[in-house]
Design a protein around this ligand. Structure first.
Ligand code: F6P
Length: 359
């Protein structure tokens, strides 16, 4: 077979491990030829390729990022360009089909989040054989038990909380840590629990500043003069809205969140007269070497995708259905967002050990 591979959307740890597993399986097991496309669908629009042979994937297992590059602005069905200083949008999907045919591909393996996989699914109707591999640090796809990249991000946040905890205690401060996750609180609740945060604010449970202040006083009453609060970027006050930081035109999800951590710290200072600081962890959460869990999951996803290509399981996505890797139709997998159930196991356990959700 001739197999194309691209990585699209925001990067995450484990992308290179997936690419390596696809290439190794395709070459060792089947004697295939694998071609990488640079910078997401842009590589197919502009025919930017890189041969993916065994030497090119040697040593990339522990590397963060993606050797192929990524882009979340190159939707071929709504391709945004500036022409004569003017922002334009056009459908260049036929160019993608031409590039696919030019390289005589039998299958295109698309490694991406919801937006990228939706584009992949649309190409099935144009006659392309696509297979999806779900990635996102947000872990917000319900079709798979876990997305790769999530575990590493949680570990990164946990280590940050460990560090914040010591300075919070020294200075008797309220320390707010803002984390990513978009409209899902998985990173916040998982890393918050792992790091021993005292209060966790997630998009699924609207918070109340007075209740948070009460928790801080309760801790003070117990002789604990510091509090660590983990806030998901999509968290919102009851009756309020999420805080939008910027709009990224041309991206499949245009809204970028951010700022809730600063708001919480500021309002808590006013309410409690205690010193508060906010740390926004930002893109640190998307970088670095993948954890052992993510390396294994990425390898299983990549190797299985190559097998699925030979089994002609096109228009499907690989998904972890513990303990197996299953094939899920892309039409079923898309737009099925997985959020933290407010009365589910994570929240219940957190509450049992005294963590407040500010509600
Ligand atoms: O979806 C992954 C993610 O890292 C989100 O957690 C975050 O909101 C967003 O991407 C940030 O996107 P960008 O890299 O475009 O700022």
């Amino acid at each position: 077979m001739r197999i194309g591979v691209l990585t699209g959307g925001g990067d995450c740890p484990g992308l290179n491990a997936v690419i390596r597993a696809v290439v190794k399986t395709a070459i060792h097991q089947y004697g295939d030829t694998v071609i990488g496309f640079r910078d997401g669908f842009s590589g197919l629009i502009k025919d930017k390729t890189v041969p993916l042979d065994l030497p090119s994937v040697s040593g990339i297992l522990p590397r963060g990022g993606t050797i192929l590059g990524s882009s979340n602005r190159d939707n071929p069905f709504r391709y945004a360009e500036r022409r004569n200083g003017q922002a334009t949008q056009s459908d260049v999907s036929d160019t993608v089909v031409e590039t696919y045919r030019k390289h005589e591909l039998d299958c295109l393996i698309v490694i991406g989040g919801d937006g990228t996989l939706e584009i992949a699914h649309k190409f099935t109707a144009k006659g392309l054989n696509v297979i999806g591999i779900p990635k996102t640090i947000d872990n917000d796809l319900s079709a798979t038990h876990v997305t790769f990249g999530f575990d590493t991000a949680v570990n990164t946040v946990m280590e940050a909380i460990d560090k914040i905890m010591t300075t919070a205690e020294s200075h008797h401060r309220v320390m707010v840590v803002e984390v990513m996750g978009r409209d899902a609180g998985w990173i916040a609740i998982s890393a918050g629990m792992a790091g021993g945060a005292h209060i966790i604010l997630i998009p699924e449970i609207p918070f109340d500043m007075e209740r948070i202040a009460e928790q801080i006083y309760t801790r003070k009453g117990r002789g604990k003069h510091f509090t660590v609060i983990v806030v998901a970027e999509g968290a919102k006050a009851a009756g309020g809205d999420r805080i939008i930081k910027r709009i990224v035109e041309g991206s499949s999800e245009t809204v970028r969140l951010g700022g809730v951590g600063d708001m919480v710290a500021r309002e808590l200072e006013e309410l409690t007269h205690l010193e508060a600081r906010c740390t926004v962890l930002g893109h640190i959460q998307r970088g670095g070497t993948p954890s052992a869990f993510d390396r294994i999951l990425s390898t299983r996803y990549g190797a299985t995708a190559a097998v699925f290509a030979h089994e002609k399981k096109f228009d499907h996505m690989v998904a972890l259905r513990t303990p197996d890797i299953a094939a899920v139709p892309l039409s079923e997998a898309l737009h099925q967002m997985k959020r933290v159930p407010p009365t589910g196991g994570h929240v219940e356990t957190a509450r049992r050990v005294g963590i407040s959700f500010g509600d």
